[in-house]
Design a protein around this ligand. Structure first.
Ligand code: EPZ
Length: 430
């Protein structure tokens, strides 16, 4: 299993190209199941989760062609991938595949809408919380589907003639359930109005792509989304939006180590709340042509309290990284997690670097320390593991992060991007 070795203490200086967003690419790829034409996606990141979903979609009958990789001057890769699902080969998503990646459960929406039926394994538990699927069941039931749980699978069946548009208000905001409702309702008969919809930029990206395919969706990015059903969707060409979580992660890394970095190919408006928190912590962040410039002052980090919330609030996917930054603040800060009940696995690992963190329910109290010291640490989930990398970059001496396959799920060429900016980071393959 690969490990990442970091020798901390260097400031970061240079350009970091930001990849296409994992959490936009995944639902966009799944949308290819809605049409027999080709959906072409540009700016698809090269990540373990994307490759995993390519295999899963292949099982449903999607043909995938990847254009040659082109290396740009700033070192970024731009992958264009063509997805074609002439006919759906299989409406079952088996446990072996769905259990590896929760987002693959979302195939239930397009399969049900296009084929009138789907049998999809329940995704099961996950390291960051229980993550139930009740909202998907309720939402699709509102569109007329019969949903039955049997032997660890959900059997979903549309009424004769297909799903029927309806009004449905989510009792709780869910990104995934909003994606699924958008895809399912696009091919339903009549109009669907979704209340309390997720407002994440990735939802807007999916709606834009579906509209390019011929769907009639309005209001994406607000809490109320209206979808007028159409009888079929066509192919389209769509560019995956930049990864706001990768953007925020590197911005926090620079705030932590000090230095001057331009994050290229990204957009400051995708993460206003997180940028505000990074600024309050003392880093200078500004929009520049084609990206964001971050100037960090390393040892002058101010304590800032944050609470995770659905968009436009502070993203849960940046909570661990921000806690990493706060471990070196000049004072006490608090980080409260409201989205997932168990997303604090990085606390004990950050403590191995010398952080002083106490947990009380869903709130962590972080007492900033003047120095962190490198140590062996273990990655536990995607975002937790990158908080350890950030910690390691600012720590004195060597940090060895094991189980880096978690990082490979969501950070494209992390060690290369950091090394180009002066960090000492290397992958060790045993
Ligand atoms: C998406 O997960 C992201 N994943 C997550 O990113 C992200 O943390 C999360 O949204 C919140 O922003 C992808 O986009 C692939 P939710 P999702 O449904 O859609 C509860 C990462 O690190 N809930 O918005 O699965 C749920 O338990 C990942 O890249 C129900 O109660 O999240 C949670 O408490 C991790 N019932 C809350 O809603 C349901 O039926 C929000 O979850 C569905 C969800």
């Amino acid at each position: 299993m690969d490990r990442i070795r970091i020798v901390g203490g260097n400031a970061l200086n240079g350009i970091i190209p930001i990849s296409g967003a994992k959490n936009a690419a995944l639902p966009l790829m799944i949308a290819s199941l809605l049409t027999s034409d080709t959906l072409t996606l540009e700016n698809v990141p090269h990540l373990a989760d994307v490759e995993g979903l390519i295999r899963i979609l292949g099982n449903h009958g999607v043909d995938i062609a990847v254009n040659g990789r082109r290396e740009h001057q700033d070192g970024s890769y731009s992958r264009t991938v063509h997805f074609t699902c002439r006919t759906v080969a299989d409406t079952t998503a088996p446990y072996e595949l769905v259990s590896k990646m929760r987002a693959s459960f979302w195939v239930i929406g397009p399969l049900l809408a296009r084929e009138g039926q789907a049998r999809v394994s329940l995704p099961g538990g996950c390291a960051i919380g229980t993550r139930p699927v009740d909202l998907f069941i309720e939402g699709l039931t509102a569109l007329g589907a019969e949903m039955e749980i049997d032997g660890g699978y959900i059997n979903a069946k549309a009424p004769k003639g297909g799903l029927i548009g309806a009004r449905y208000t989510f009792p709780k905001v869910s990104v995934g359930a909003t994606h699924v409702m958008l895809m399912a309702a696009s091919l339903a008969r009549g109009t669907t109005v979704i209340g309390n919809a997720a407002r994440e930029p990735e939802v807007v990206d999916l709606a834009n792509c579906l509209n390019a395919m011929g769907a009639k969706i309005s209001g994406a990015g607000t809490s109320t989304i209206t979808i007028e059903g159409v009888t079929s969707l066509s192919g389209a060409r769509h560019r995956v939006l930049p990864d706001r979580i990768e953007t925020g992660t590197y911005a926090m890394a620079v705030a932590m180590t000090g230095g001057d970095v331009t994050l290229s190919g990204t957009d400051i408006t995708l993460l206003d709340t997180a940028i505000e928190a990074i600024r309050r912590a003392g880093a200078e962040v500004s929009a520049v042509e084609g990206g964001i410039r971050v100037i960090g002052h390393g040892d002058q980090i101010r304590p800032v309290d944050i609470v995770t919330e659905p968009f436009p609030g502070f993203p849960t996917d940046l909570q661990a990284q921000f806690m990493g930054l706060m471990t070196r603040a000049n004072g006490v800060s608090h980080v409260t997690e409201t989205i997932f009940e168990n997303r604090f696995m990085h606390v004990q690992e950050l403590a191995r670097l010398g952080a002083k963190i106490t947990l009380s329910g869903q709130t962590a109290r972080i007492e900033g320390v003047t120095r962190l010291r490198g140590a062996p640490v273990m990655a536990t989930d995607l975002r937790a593991s990158v908080s350890l990398v950030i910690g390691g970059l600012a720590a004195e001496g060597e940090t060895m992060v094991s189980r880096v396959y978690h990082l490979d799920r969501g950070f494209e060429r992390l060690e290369e991007k950091l090394t180009r900016c002066g960090a000492i980071v290397e992958r060790i393959s045993d």
